[in-house]
Design a protein around this ligand. Structure first.
Ligand SMILES: CC(C)(COP(=O)(O)OP(=O)(O)OC[C@H]1O[C@@H](n2cnc3c(N)ncnc32)[C@H](O)[C@@H]1OP(=O)(O)O)[C@@H](O)C(=O)NCCC(=O)NCCS
Length: 340
């Protein structure tokens, strides 16, 4: 099997890579839409995503078996840790592929002076493939969902009216966050990321520091992905400070699922408990209901330990939907596996 840096594929291999993706979708993701129409469009989109990330932090590799593309894997140094992902046309991942991926991860960890890498999934086939080599499961990722048919429009209108009768804050609706709002965005979001890192039961012991550069990188990444659309409701105070935001994400390949997972909801500390979180989320659901009638559900990955957000979701009708998991692969684990 040959491992090729995706950025260096020849056009002939891009064509094969495109065919591999078509096969992958029809075999394992029949409900999703593979959006590029031809290999040139596919190449352009993939390279756009890859080039959005700095070379020393992100790399994607494709796997060529004889004359056919059979998979990909990537690894990414984020402000929190190294994460990796993969997908192949296999149901059972061949040992050779585990070894190829693990070798690359080990090199990258040494290079970046890290002691572990993580990956996660919500997909049963991928979860089985992750479990097979025997890494440590760090945590379950429960997803809850609000099915469109369970949306209680009357209740949403009540939450919205209750809030608007008490407060007169200005709100904006955006489909793209303008770059000139970055400073205001960061002033609101950065302290809340830091707060969440302190209460997240898994991350709290890692002493992770979020820098301004991390914020810039995450912001620009979020806004430049060609395969997603973000919707935001933002709330302002009388001093034009951003005091709350609620974001949802729609992936081009899955327009039937509106995702809060991957997005963010937050209210500045000194404005909590007034119903702003519930108000913005109710506004968004009502907006989607009235303007995006084709969706089937809204999903959220709020963990039960995040009591306030979890409570808002419950009140809005979100119910348990499925469970994914995240795994940790330590340096020692990977070395042992490769020496087997
Ligand atoms: C979660 C968050 C957005 C909630 O915003 P909020 O505007 O304070 O929440 P609301 O005022 O709409 O309250 C919703 C429910 O949470 C509970 N709650 C909110 N703040 C509370 C507080 N300070 N003390 C006790 N309960 C509180 C209430 O039970 C309320 O339920 P109710 O409708 O029965 O009164 C806010 O706490 C936050 O920014 N947290 C950090 C970021 C985060 O965790 N985001 C979610 C992950 S994406």
């Amino acid at each position: 099997m040959k491992v090729i840096n995706t950025k260096e594929l020849t056009d002939e291999l891009w064509e094969k890579y495109f065919e591999f993706y078509q096969k992958l979708y029809s075999k394992f993701y029949p409900d999703l839409i593979f959006t590029p129409n031809n290999w040139k469009q596919f190449k352009e989109q993939r390279l756009h995503e890859i080039n959005n990330l700095q070379n020393d932090k992100y790399k994607e590799f494709s796997l060529l078996e004889q004359d056919e593309m059979v998979g990909w894997f990537d690894r990414f140094l984020t402000p929190l840790n190294i994460i990796f992902g993969f997908d192949t046309i296999y149901t059972d991942l061949p040992d050779e592929i585990y070894k190829i991926i693990f070798r690359e991860l080990l090199n990258f960890m040494c290079d970046k002076n890290k002691t572990e890498v993580c990956c996660w999934s919500y997909d049963e086939r991928k979860l089985n493939q992750m479990v097979k080599p025997g890494p440590e499961k760090v945590e379950d990722y429960p997803i809850s969902a609000l099915l469109k048919e369970n949306i209680d429009v009357k209740l949403l209108r009540k939450f919205i009216d209750d809030f608007e009768n008490r407060f007169e804050n200005k709100i904006s609706f955006l489909k793209k966050f303008p770059a000139n709002l970055f400073e205001k965005y960061s002033r609101l979001v950065k302290p809340i990321y830091e707060e969440l890192l302190k209460i997240n039961p898994v991350l709290k012991n890692l002493n992770i520091v979020i820098t301004d550069d991390d914020m810039k990188e995450t912001f620009s990444l979020n806004e430049n992905l060609s395969y997603t659309t973000n919707y935001y409701f933002i709330m302002w105070n009388e001093n034009e400070e951003m005091i709350a935001l609620h974001q949802v994400i729609i992936k081009n390949n899955d327009p039937k699922t509106i995702r809060c997972n991957g997005g963010f909801t937050c209210v500045r500390n000194d404005n909590r408990g007034k119903g702003i979180g519930k108000y913005l989320k109710s506004k968004m659901i009502l907006y989607l209901f009235e303007n995006n009638p084709d969706f089937k559900m809204i999903t959220s990955d709020t963990m039960p330990w995040n009591k306030h957000m979890f409570r808002i979701n419950e009140e809005l009708g979100f119910k348990p939907f499925k469970t994914g998991a995240r795994f940790r692969f330590t340096k020692e684990f990977l070395e042992n596996y490769l020496n087997k």
